[in-house]
Design a protein around this ligand. Structure first.
Ligand code: ADP
Ligand code: MG
Length: 553
């Protein structure tokens, strides 16, 4: 037997998990069952694609074995298993950078932190919330030897040779005081149904069932094994068979939290390409949305076989808040990450999925204003990112975004702004480059106010970059009020005359300001203020210059 210490980060993590996630200890079971399911997915994948594994027996199942007296529970799978090396590296170190980030993000708020746990996948260690000793016995598929990993979750772990009849893993928990409540068959069934009902493999529970014995006039206990979950890929069932509750349950197991989905889009495509997609929009934006190492929320399946859940190529980056499943009939099972990037089938599914998601959103925007407002509060900015990056869907995205304006309270659509245009108004105008308060009081808006023209108040820091790349909404030009040429829209005959009239004054001001300005011109855009600063048509704006400078350009 050899004794080893945990990597420092693991100890740190264990401390945090045990002490800050007390409010939902039941997730230990979801995590361990999902590991078992992952292990089964991996082995199934190999038996289907790798000659070395094709002849191996594969009877996928997950077994929960409860001993109420001893207060132990084991979670067994017939999956890929782990050898000595795997046990050390998977259950003793933190390999993924995501988990280290998890440590820095913990807030002490139990609900928020336990959502994080699912996002960063530190699942296995959650066993120590409910157990003071965990034994993992495992045999890797294709290998003869089995190994046992034993730990109290404090001082480190031990590894010793063990016996196991078939490949797979058994995690044996010795419940602590907190965990004792789960040494209860009702409770376990309830938790499995809640989180793991749609796991594609059967989950069995073995326990002592009390039954009333009529002859002896007392209840006796018999050891039974019963299947607990429905074990079907729920998304493959038809919409008419599924209830809202089914969808919500699957969402929870996908998103690994307690948040509700705001809405979902379930599509079955038949024809030249056959696939099923089920996409969810979470009611609350995922916490890692603006992190460079955000976790993708879409899982890829091929013919119900899990392929991967960390590909960022399944949907464009601006839709990274979407959670869900893509299940294709046409992809090869051994599709690799590299192949995926240039795979025609997947790129067609992706294109169709984006169109579908956006058109469903448009539908909601038109038919359920209240729900759409909730959506916008979380995701407006992501749609704007899409405006910048997704040319093909720009028109739809312009319909979907919401903006502040000088006329409407709150947020409004460009369609509404268009409908409020004045007779003879040449363009839709917008102002950028500061806080909302600053923009609303800008002298640049005077002429518009005077003429009763609505102006978009774009105060989000990405607005300037996004909107400077957009020429039109519908057939109407979008123009920045910060630009010189825009004032031409208000030029009339009288104005031209005046320019001559004030020429000596302009020359004088120019001489005084010298190099600090490019030009001094008479303008029709002001009503009350004597002057304002604008950007020449072919120059980057003041704010863009600031941003470029900040980026070192
Ligand atoms: P994650 O599942 O997000 O990778 P976990 O902490 O739940 O993180 O598990 C860590 C790793 O331990 C897994 O990635 C896997 O390699 C290994 N592992 C855990 N449980 C099992 C199991 N039942 N069978 C095989 N490997 C497992
Ligand atoms: Mg896991």
């Amino acid at each position: 037997m050899s004794k080893r210490e945990f990597q420092t980060e693991v100890s740190q993590l264990l401390q945090l998990i045990v002490h800050s996630l007390y409010s939902h200890p039941e997730i230990f079971l979801r995590e361990l069952v999902s590991n078992a399911s992952d292990a089964l997915d991996k082995l199934r994948h190999l038996t289907l694609t790798d000659d070395a594994y094709k002849s191996l027996p594969f009877e996928p199942r997950i077994d929960l074995d409860l001993d109420e007296e001893k207060k132990t529970l084991s979670i067994s799978d017939t999956g890929i298993g782990m050898n000595e090396e795997d046990l050390i590296s998977h259950l003793g170190t933190i390999a993924r950078s995501g988990t280290k980030n998890f440590l820095t993000q913990l807030s002490g708020d139990a609900r928020r932190d336990s959502n994080l746990i699912g996002q960063f996948g530190v699942g296995f260690y959650s066993a120590f919330m409910v157990a003071d000793k965990v034994e993992v016995t495992s045999r890797k598929a294709g290998e003869e030897k089995a190994w046992r990993w034993i730990s109290d979750g404090k001082s480190g772990f031990e590894i010793e040779p063990a016996e196991r009849a078939v490949a797979g893993t058994t995690v044996l928990l010795h419940f602590n005081d907190e965990g004792a409540q789960y040494a209860n068959s009702w409770r376990l069934q309830e938790i499995v149904k809640k989180y793991s009902n749609h796991i594609a493999f059967p989950i069995f529970l073995t326990y002592d069932k009390s039954e009333w014995n009529e002859e002896e006039k007392k209840s006796t206990k018999t050891r039974v094994t019963e299947q607990v979950n429905v074990a079907s890929a729920m998304w493959r069932r038809s919409k008419s068979e599924l209830k809202d509750e089914d969808y919500k349950e699957l969402f929870k197991s996908l998103a690994g939290g307690w948040e509700e989905p705001l809405f979902w889009f379930h599509t079955k495509a038949e024809g030249s390409l056959e696939y099923t997609t089920l996409f969810y929009v979470p009611a609350k934006a995922p916490l890692d949305l603006y992190r460079a190492d955000y976790k993708s929320g879409v899982k890829l399946y091929v013919k119900r076989v899990f392929i991967m859940d960390d590909s960022k190529d399944l949907l464009p980056e601006y839709l990274r808040f979407v959670r869900g499943i893509i299940d294709s009939e046409d992809l090869p099972l051994n599709v690799s990450r590299e192949i995926l990037q240039q795979n025609r089938v997947l790129s067609n599914i992706r294109t169709a999925s984006v169109k579908k998601i956006l058109s469903e959103l448009k539908n909601i925007a038109e038919n359920d204003k209240e729900k759409y407002a909730t959506f916008i509060a979380e995701y407006n900015r992501l749609l704007k990112e899409g405006l910048y990056s997704d040319f093909a869907n720009r028109e739809t995205l312009l319909e979907l975004i919401r903006v502040k304006t000088t006329k409407a309270d709150g947020l409004t659509s460009l369609a509404d702004v268009k409908s409020r245009m004045q007779d003879g108004q040449k363009a839709i105008y917008y102002i950028t480059g500061g806080t909302e308060a600053l923009l609303r009081t800008s002298p640049l808006l005077e002429i518009y106010r005077k003429k009763g023209i609505e102006v978009l108040v774009l105060d989000d820091e990405i607005d300037e970059i996004v909107f400077s790349g957009i020429e039109k909404y519908d057939d109407i030009e979008l123009k920045s009020v910060n630009r010189t040429a825009t004032s031409d829209d208000f030029k009339d005959e009288a104005q031209a005359d005046k320019t001559e009239e004030v020429k000596p004054l302009l020359e004088k001001i120019k001489a005084i300001l010298g190099d600090r300005v490019k030009d001094v011109r008479a303008s029709a855009r002001l009503a009350d203020s004597p002057s304002c600063i604008v950007t020449d048509e072919d120059e980057p704006s003041a704010r863009m210059r600031q941003m470029m400078k900040a980026m070192g350009q």
